[in-house]
Design a protein around this ligand. Structure first.
Ligand code: KIV
Length: 263
């Protein structure tokens, strides 16, 4: 299997080919997902909810993420390893640089940060120092209390325009990838077409360059409310490995997400 790098994702975008992304938090699942062909693995701060049983991603610490990054890095195979900066890593540029340094030392190949256009300076400084950045826009789970819940973002024209402009600003500042969460499919398409960097979507419609889901969701072990954009791929497979392969295949063939998974 050929190692996936940022250049691979850019080539996928230029060729109009989609790519698959999945969360992974340890060596065994990272290995299984990588063997199934998943292009990008994310050590997401969703680990707070799916591993630690917390109500949100906010309690997750830098040490938690570094521990799971070291584990996932040992199993990641040819996949690209993206890692989440935890809540408040974006409190200042100094904090952002320090925390990103820790994640890169632990094995991250791309760091993901939540924030809007005001993150531009921090992203510029990270990029200058050779740290590739994915900027997470739309529904940003670390601001769930401000947003008033896990709600679709960008339904109205003003907020949609703000998300498009934020994405452009962060790409100008150096972001190599944009991740869009929970936005109408039309906005997912507009952002993807407006940018020349890869756009990964979760609940952002079928037209983003890549798709990402949380591993526990595709294995059907989500507890609590199941978001509309989730699909249980294990229900159609006879093993975990089979579910990962099915997800990868359906993303590559643009079978997933189907209209019932979109807003
Ligand atoms: O933490 C996470 O798993 C994420 C995905 C939902 C994109 O950020």
């Amino acid at each position: 299997m050929k190692t996936v790098t940022l250049s691979t994702l850019q080539a996928f975008k230029r060729a109009g080919e989609t790519f698959s992304c999945l969360t992974a938090y340890d060596a065994s699942f990272a290995h299984a997902a990588s063997q199934a062909g998943i292009d990008v693995l994310l050590v997401g701060d969703s680990l707070g909810m799916v591993l630690q049983g917390e109500q949100s991603t906010l309690p997750v610490t830098l040490d938690d993420i570094c521990y799971h990054t070291r584990c996932a890095a040992r199993g990641k195979g040819a996949s690209l390893l993206m890692v989440d900066l935890p809540f408040m890593s974006n409190a200042s540029t100094e904090q952002l640089l320090r925390d990103s340094g820790e994640l890169m030392r632990a094995g991250a190949e791309l760091v993901k940060v939540e924030g809007e256009a005001w993150m531009a300076d921090g992203i510029r400084e990270l990029t200058r120092r050779g740290v590739p950045v994915c900027a997470h826009l739309g529904l940003t789970p670390q601001t769930v209390y401000q947003l008033g819940g896990y709600k679709v973002q960008g339904r109205d024209a003003e907020r949609a325009e703000q998300i498009i402009n934020d994405a452009k600003t962060l790409v100008e500042a150096g972001a190599s990838v944009i991740l869009l969460e929970c936005v109408p499919a039309s906005l997912g398409k507009a952002v993807t077409e407006a940018l020349d960097v890869p756009v990964i979507g979760i609940g952002a419609g079928p037209d983003t360059d890549g798709q990402i889901l949380v591993m526990h969701d595709i294995l059907g072990i989500t507890h609590g409310r199941t978001p509309r954009f989730v699909k249980n791929f294990l229900a159609e497979a006879d093993s975990i490995q089979g579910a990962f392969q099915r997800y990868h295949h359906d993303v590559k063939q643009r079978v997933f997400p189907a209209p019932e998974h979109c807003f």
